[in-house]
Design a protein around this ligand. Sequence first.
Ligand SMILES: C[S@@+](CC[C@H](N)C(=O)[O-])C[C@H]1O[C@@H](n2cnc3c(N)ncnc32)[C@H](O)[C@@H]1O
Length: 375
Amino acid sequence: MDVLKEFVIQLVKEKGKITFAEFMEIALYHPEYGYYQKENPFGMQGSFYTSVDASESFGRTLAKGFEETIKELNLAPILCEMGAGSGMLANDILNYYKAESNKFYSEVKYIIIEKSKYLIDRQKELLKEHIDKVEWISFDGLNDFEGVFFSNELVDAFPVHRIININGDLKELYVIYHDEKLQFYPDEFSTVNLKEYIGKLGVKLVDKQIADINLDAVKWIKDVGEKINKGIVVTIDYGFDAKNLYAPFRMDGTVTCYFKHTQNNDFFERIGYQDITAFVDFSALMEYGKESGLNVVNFEPQWVFLLQSGILDEIRNAKTDLHRTRIKSLIIPEGGFGTNFNVLIQSKGVYIPDTFLYNKKPYDIFEQLSEMYAE
Ligand SMILES: C[S@@+](CC[C@H](N)C(=O)[O-])C[C@H]1O[C@@H](n2cnc3c(N)ncnc32)[C@H](O)[C@@H]1O
């Protein structure tokens, strides 16, 4: 039997039950056998693609937007990426500055916060050319930050608690070992924070409906707010606001697994060999972020954000049809990376003018997009 599965079974036997969040933490981040601690989870040979894999134009476009933001808001030229994965996004961003904006490249400092030791090594390898620009620090080590703090598909990789409505009673779904297999078992909430979250976000579930609650995201956004003095926080991920996320048509919650690019809900199979991920509740990030001084600047679909940041230039300058098609997959409003991907922009300690890049109205740029497709 797999070492990690055996480890989970022993732990569950000892403790009687563990929360799904505890299970997910082990499956993804066990220091030796967790999914993110070995092999390459990304791209073709991994389990999933992110926007970063679709085209380097994703990173180039973010780079453009962040440089403009730093200049417009008069921020220190510091970028902090949390959850940098393969390091490709950092590489695309720094390559862009080096090639297209050399003065900014000479000034910029790039901080990476990454949990996986395996991935830090890979990032260091990939970013060799920019190594004097990049600093790896722990989240605890980030303090009094000024600049742009951002993440792509970080929060969806945080462990979630699962709750269920059973005949009007809300219970938490634990992982138990019964009949010689790992399975779910409903019991009382493991923490009062779940009740607080449900109250604050107005989560209402119909009978037998399951919701996945990301308490780590709550702690994270409050901490991010505490750690920032002056700047913006850009969170890119799949997910919705609470009303949409916990709507009655999502009866089974959103947590799911990816194994070699195929989705499944066999949570207790291939432990440590497949990704587990859940949609992000952006309302929670907005509400709890306010507690540590983060103001909501904008919450918008990823394709709008990329258009605001200037992705149409990338399409215009693409050298091949294949490249053009790949960029377009990032901004097709329906399907691809368009449908479920959203971007939340929050600010702290800085005045945001109406003219701010990420305040540009979608209907202006929508026309440009339509023209581009008509070409
Ligand atoms: C789904 S991957 C996304 C990687 C990359 N941003 C991309 O778009 O390709 C999630 C990344 O977040 C990292 N991560 C998860 N939890 C973290 C935490 N608490 N602190 C730092 N990194 C974390 C994982 O190790 C992994 O690198």
